[in-house]
Write a protein that binds this ligand. Sequence first.
Ligand code: NAG
Ligand code: NAG
Ligand code: NAG
Ligand code: NAG
Ligand code: NAG
Ligand code: NAG
Ligand code: NAG
Ligand code: NAG
Ligand code: NAG
Ligand code: NAG
Ligand code: NAG
Length: 543
Amino acid sequence: MDNTPMVLIFLGVFVVTEGAQQPSAFELSVWPPAPVVEYGGSMELNCTSTCRDPDARGGLETSLTKKPIGNGTGWIAFRLVNITEWRSSPLCFFQCPEIKTARASITVYRTPERVILEALPTMQVGKDYNLTCQVLNVAPIQNLTVTLLRGQELLHEEMLLSASITKAENVTVTHKITARRRDNGMEVTCRAGLDLRPHGQLFENTSLGVRLKTFAFPDDPKLQVPDIIETGTDTTMQCQVVGVFPSEEAQFNLSCGGESLEATVRAQGDTVTAEARVSSLTAGELNLICTVTLGLKTKSATRTVGFYTLPPPTLNTPATREGENVTLACDSPGVEPTNVSLRIRDAARTLTSGRERPLRFTLAASEEDNGREFVCEVEVSVMGMSAGKETSGKLSVLYAPKMDNASCPSDQTWEEGTEQSLSCTARGNPTPSVECVKDDVALKIGVPQPVTRALTGSYRCTAKNTQGSADWDVSIHVRYSDPDILLITLLTLGIGAVASAAGVAYYMYYRAHKIRKYELQQASLKKAQELKRLNGGGMANHV
Ligand SMILES: *[C@@H]1O[C@H](CO)[C@@H](O)[C@H](O)[C@H]1NC(C)=O
Ligand SMILES: *[C@@H]1O[C@H](CO)[C@@H](O)[C@H](O)[C@H]1NC(C)=O
Ligand SMILES: *[C@@H]1O[C@H](CO)[C@@H](O)[C@H](O)[C@H]1NC(C)=O
Ligand SMILES: *[C@@H]1O[C@H](CO)[C@@H](O)[C@H](O)[C@H]1NC(C)=O
Ligand SMILES: *[C@@H]1O[C@H](CO)[C@@H](O)[C@H](O)[C@H]1NC(C)=O
Ligand SMILES: *[C@@H]1O[C@H](CO)[C@@H](O)[C@H](O)[C@H]1NC(C)=O
Ligand SMILES: *[C@@H]1O[C@H](CO)[C@@H](O)[C@H](O)[C@H]1NC(C)=O
Ligand SMILES: *[C@@H]1O[C@H](CO)[C@@H](O)[C@H](O)[C@H]1NC(C)=O
Ligand SMILES: *[C@@H]1O[C@H](CO)[C@@H](O)[C@H](O)[C@H]1NC(C)=O
Ligand SMILES: *[C@@H]1O[C@H](CO)[C@@H](O)[C@H](O)[C@H]1NC(C)=O
Ligand SMILES: *[C@@H]1O[C@H](CO)[C@@H](O)[C@H](O)[C@H]1NC(C)=O
């Protein structure tokens, strides 16, 4: 301030006069004309006139502490020290010979002691927050401009022009901001500018930066888990939040019955999902809680899950005999909760059901019931939901062998020269053994064998098991085909041979034993007749 070049004074650029009404002999001015001084500081003031009288007297009237620092023809200078008055206008006077006065208006300033930007909480996206900047102990506030910046972007600028307070003040500037996702991580600063130009300088003080943290967490988490879970099994519980930001900062706590579970968290876009394995070894109801914390918000979802114990039911299907009454028992030991219903069914329909344990079903065993499949079903009711399991079993009904045309055809015709096997089985439980016998010779069943005419005949098949035995007759026919031409040729040849033999014999016998002629004739006739009978019988058999 005080080291302003003297040159300007002689050019007479800045002249402040007071009370110069009538044309006067001299001019009086103060230098500097608009002094700017820091609170508590000091400055020099020069009362300068155009008075050429070396004896002319001048002075300075002020409440401030002053010290004369020099004088000369037409001027007198003072040093003002410890300027702690916010408003002061020292009055310069000169007598040359009349009295003239000039006033200097001093601007006292104070740079801000501190500029404080108040910290902000973690902000919820979409909500309004006040950015508050305090500028402490600053003057004059009409020269103060408070600027709020987000990064390089100007958010708000406030000039406190209208204020006409001259002492140091605390200034608070508030600006409303609406939190946005992209504000997260940005820095906000407050800048206090004390602009004393043109007579002074520009002071700028900036607050420490405040880093913004924003979050979005609009919806409650959703918990996905079955309503009822079997004990001893591992089930996945899934907790999901959507629309969250910053999604990677979402903190999950999954718990089951008050015990924290180990969760794997994965974020995709603004959806975050946490998964944990849930299991219990004991039946009962447990609370599953998913708590998500993000920013300042904590939200949770709770579900009650019913754990049940359900071993497969037992089905007792005792072996029985045909015609006896058999009772099937269906039970479900170890089920918890014990509110169970049982059902016995077969492939077609429900046979009986009820809550009594064990559940029984009695039937008169028949051959058809052998191998019949029965199912025992148990259904447990847990928290209004039901879960079930089933066990199946086959009934074994013992019965004596039974044979019929279906399993053992009573007439079986085979072709001579082919290979055939006797098919003959018997029903029965246990599986019966079957033997077919003709003339004390057994015919192997199911074993291929060459067919000969000798197989022809009636067989007695006997089936046996522990429950008894059954007989069944089977006739086997063997079909053979001899061509007729051969038969006739053989017949003709046979007759020819006999005739020739007879002729030769006759001639010889006639010559040798003429007397036995009659007997010989009778014998050859008998032989031919017998041949004829044999051949004729074979033909009849063939047809
Ligand atoms: C006061 O002003 C006069 C002329 O205007 C100059 O000669 C003199 O040196 C100044 N005094 C001081 C102390 O600046
Ligand atoms: C001017 O200065 C002289 C010494 O330099 C001093 O004796 C005298 O008192 C001063 N005059 C005024 C009016 O202060
Ligand atoms: C300045 O003035 C204040 C009060 O007016 C006083 O307490 C202080 O001692 C003074 N300082 C000097 C250096 O004169
Ligand atoms: C912000 O400040 C204004 C007045 O200064 C007040 O009415 C409002 O409630 C404040 N808002 C918040 C979010 O604090
Ligand atoms: C300004 O604030 C400071 C600290 O908060 C306090 O000590 C001082 O008295 C305040 N000044 C005024 C003028 O209110
Ligand atoms: C600030 O102070 C200066 C004194 O140097 C004054 O001339 C100016 O009018 C003031 N500016 C504002 C904007 O109040
Ligand atoms: C404010 O800025 C000025 C210079 O621009 C400096 O002298 C002063 O120490 C600063 N005040 C604070 C509180 O930083
Ligand atoms: C998670 O929640 C459970 C029950 O709500 C609590 O007991 C446990 O301390 C929590 N764990 C953490 C790490 O916050
Ligand atoms: C089987 O039970 C029925 C009625 O339940 C009974 O009339 C019948 O005599 C029983 N049969 C046998 C073999 O026990
Ligand atoms: C048992 O379950 C049935 C439905 O399956 C329900 O109607 C009944 O009230 C339950 N009983 C008890 C004691 O829970
Ligand atoms: C078995 O079938 C034959 C004809 O193939 C028939 O003559 C006989 O009567 C049948 N036997 C029975 C018990 O049905």
